[in-house]
Design a protein around this ligand. Structure first.
Ligand SMILES: [Zn+2]
Length: 161
């Protein structure tokens, strides 16, 4: 009987927070990037089989979302419910957040204030990333933030030099 419990405990270790992986990747859901460019990104970051993945509309925007648009109120709790649960079971220290240009969620939220040019767009993402960075660091997590273009290239934002 004791042996059986031991075997069960070992089998359940990944579910009990014993499996430790490097990171959580949080990306937007956008169909133009998720099937090809996002897996490429994960590979280039050396995170293959080392990262959980959450896709949520707007990525960084979902984590800091505060608006009067009630139809989107569920996003923020969903973001943190998944993040906290996955951290508990997989024990990662890093969160890689991947926003992207021409994001439908950003357009939806910013409406006529959506970026008019590339620099302005970078700035909008940076503003949300800064706020999210603070929240994630308060949860004891290390962070990296990326802004991907629709051709799959990406730049790192908020990188400490
Ligand atoms: Zn998007």
């Amino acid at each position: 009987m004791k042996k059986l419990f031991l075997v069960l405990a070992i089998l359940m270790m990944p579910l009990l927070g014993q499996a430790k992986i490097k990171a959580l990747v949080v990306s937007c859901v956008d169909y133009r990037l998720t099937s090809d460019d996002l897996p490429k990104f994960i590979k280039e970051m050396n995170l293959v089989k080392q990262a959980d993945l959450i896709t949520i509309p707007g990525a960084s925007l979902a984590g800091v979302y505060q608006t009067k648009a009630k139809d989107l109120d569920d996003l923020r709790p969903a973001f943190y419910d998944m993040l906290d649960f996955l951290k508990k079971v997989h024990g990662f220290e890093w969160v890689y957040v991947v926003d992207h240009r021409d994001c439908g969620m950003y357009k939806y939220v910013y409406k006529d204030k959506f970026a008019k040019d590339r620099a302005d767009e970078t700035c909008q993402h940076e503003t949300n990333m800064k706020a999210l960075k603070k929240i994630l660091e308060e949860r004891g997590l290390k962070t990296r933030f990326f802004l991907m273009s629709l051709d799959g290239t990406y730049e790192e934002l908020l990188a400490e030099k």
